[in-house]
Ligand binder design. Structure first.
Ligand SMILES: Cc1cc2nc3c(=O)[nH]c(=O)nc-3n(C[C@H](O)[C@H](O)[C@H](O)COP(=O)(O)OP(=O)(O)OC[C@H]3O[C@@H](n4cnc5c(N)ncnc54)[C@H](O)[C@@H]3O)c2cc1C
Length: 535
């Protein structure tokens, strides 16, 4: 056994694990990643992601490559058995994070960009073809034993006699729905009560624009066969998802003839190639424990959701972003390990709410009883279906409460990112100023409102102090589109403090309130403080 103790050892290299590895790579920690398969996963899965995730990807310099391969998710239509419109969701437009509200992707394109990002960090080692088999937590480190596998044919993993034991201060289980890491601790998952089998088929049409007459997302709420069509799965593919009806067998559904029969309304066998097909059981589960001492679960290892919101991977990437900044502070000895207690506290409810929203959609989409479907259609036509819920904000954890214990807007909301110009460079805020903790004011230099003790404490977490101005001069951060001014004015704010995962810790109506809010922040961060500073 090599005696080296890595900062972080990660089990699993799916899209969530890849994002985590890149986030940790950027912070400079020593990271060892182990993945069972010798290459990234090749089955069709995630199709969509949202603006918040694009901002995370921006922070690991992936967006140029990804933007070339994804398409904005602009329109999402639901139709009934007669193809009459039940609902039109205008999904397009620029969202708070400074990116399109949503995107459609071909997952391997995004994974390729993520993998390249990870490989650009020399502090991250990637070990492919190794399966984690044993995990032992010690007081000061964790030890994991891996076995090398051989792949005699695609999809078949055959164990060899070669094993390796690796140590790290912290372990991340990013090893998917059947997580070895989760099972090592016998952690239970709550079943949130949704299950349905769907045949998922990815097609490469001869003409990539073959289905461009349809909206990007086309939900066919036909009780005879609930179906989802993604007319643009990235730039070169399309996706069909067909619900299996009672009595239908998985093997029969995977027959090409059957698949062509199901797709005939949209594409003929001569017009495209089936590149992947699989029957998935969509279900909904959430682990009741996301941390065991030095080991954490992220992504599908911690939760699975039916894909009706296009959010499974997105939730996992939010886990990664949340945990990455906490690991960074603890590993750099800036914060106590008790900071990790906020990980599950912050992520659990947010995640569960989104899974519940997906289940609610699934229950409407998957109706296979004709009478029920007729009732649903009438409810849509008469406008009696309540509008869909907004995405949740962050409600628990490191968030400012006022003296009455209330969290007032914009606390917990995703922060704004727009274009700024500084020292002759124009771009999105994070590209020009950087990401991480940020204190932004349109009223003046935020440091002027704080004591030197407070500034020193905030420098410990690398807080960026930014005065965004309406004056376009080289040494000012200029609000190119006036969006920051509008945001602050509409909300009656003088300043905001934004967390590294882009959620707002607090806003203040006057600069005089800033010192009190900063005191609250440093008291919640579990900071390690030198004797010269006081909390
Ligand atoms: C049909 C379908 C459509 C979907 N659509 C969307 C969508 O539109 N948007 C969205 O956000 N999400 C979507 N999802 C969900 C999304 O695909 C998953 O949430 C996401 O892939 C989870 O990523 P992950 O990295 O956590 O886990 P995984 O992708 O499962 O990766 C886990 C990795 O860990 C490895 N591993 C497992 N055990 C071990 C071990 N013992 N040792 C070493 N390695 C191990 C595995 O080989 C795998 O590579 C969809 C899912 C499906 C099935």
């Amino acid at each position: 056994m090599n005696n080296k103790i890595y900062d972080v050892l990660q089990i699993g290299y799916g899209p969530v694990g890849q994002t985590m590895a890149a986030l940790l790579g950027k912070t400079g920690q020593s990271v060892a990643v182990f993945e069972r398969w010798p290459s990234t996963f090749s089955l069709p899965r995630a199709a969509a992601f949202d603006h918040e995730i694009m901002r995370v990807l921006q922070g690991i310099s992936c967006t140029d490559k990804i933007e070339e391969k994804v398409v904005p998710f602009i329109n999402y239509h639901w139709v009934n058995a007669n193809r009459d419109i039940l609902l039109k969701i205008p999904y397009g437009g620029t969202a708070a994070s400074g990116w399109e509200n949503g995107y459609l992707m071909y997952q391997p394109d995004v994974e390729k960009a993520l993998d390249e990002a990870v490989r650009s960090y020399s502090n991250v080692e990637i070990n492919l073809g190794w399966r984690a088999e044993e995990l032992n937590e010690h007081e000061d480190f964790v030890e994991v034993t891996f076995r090398k596998g051989e792949i005699p044919e695609p999809g078949k993993w055959v164990p060899t006699n070669e094993v390796r034991t690796v140590r790290a201060l912290y372990v991340i289980g990013a090893d998917g729905a059947n997580s070895f890491t989760r099972n090592s601790f016998d952690i239970k998952s709550e079943d949130l009560g949704f299950e349905a089998d769907f045949l998922v088929v990815d097609i490469r049409p001869n003409d990539p624009q073959h289905l461009y007459h349809l909206p990007e997302g086309y939900q066919v709420c036909d009780p005879a066969r609930p179906t989802t069509v993604a007319s643009r799965l990235g730039t070169e593919h399309i996706r069909f998802e067909f619900m299996l009806l009672p009595g239908e067998k998985k093997e029969d559904m995977l027959d090409d003839k059957k698949i062509h029969e199901l797709m005939k309304e949209w594409i003929s066998p001569e017009e495209g190639t089936i590149i992947r097909k699989i029957v998935y059981r969509f279900n909904s589960k959430i682990a009741n424990k996301w941390q065991n001492n030095r080991t954490f679960l992220i992504g599908d290892a911690a939760h699975v959701t039916p894909p009706f919101m296009g959010q499974g991977m997105c939730i996992g990437i939010r886990d990664a972003k949340n945990l990455a900044w906490k690991l960074d502070l603890v590993l750099r000895n800036k914060a106590e390990a008790s900071l990790f207690e906020t990980y599950q506290v912050e992520r659990y409810d947010h995640c569960k709410t989104i899974i519940q929203m997906a289940i609610d959609l699934g229950k409407i989409i998957c109706i296979s009883d004709e009478k029920e479907a007729e009732k649903r259609d009438q409810a849509f036509f008469s406008g009696s279906i309540p509008p869909f819920q907004e995405m949740p904000i962050l409600t628990n954890g490191i968030l400012h409460k006022n003296e009455h214990g209330e969290k007032l807007s914009p606390t917990g909301e995703l922060s704004l990112q727009d274009f700024v110009r500084y020292q002759g460079k124009t771009g999105r805020f994070d590209d020009i100023i950087g990401d991480g903790w940020t204190m932004i004011s349109t009223k003046g230099e935020p440091r002027n409102a704080l004591t030197s003790n407070q500034i020193a404490l905030l420098e410990q977490i690398d807080m960026k102090f930014v005065h965004i101005s309406n004056v376009d001069s080289t040494d000012m951060v200029y609000d190119v589109n006036g969006k920051y001014a509008a945001y602050f004015n509409e909300r009656g704010l003088d300043a905001v403090i934004v967390r590294p995962d882009f959620y707002t810790f607090s806003g203040v109506a006057t600069m005089e309130e800033l010192p009190g809010v900063v005191n609250d922040l440093v008291s919640q961060l579990h900071l390690k403080v030198s004797e010269t500073l006081t909390i």
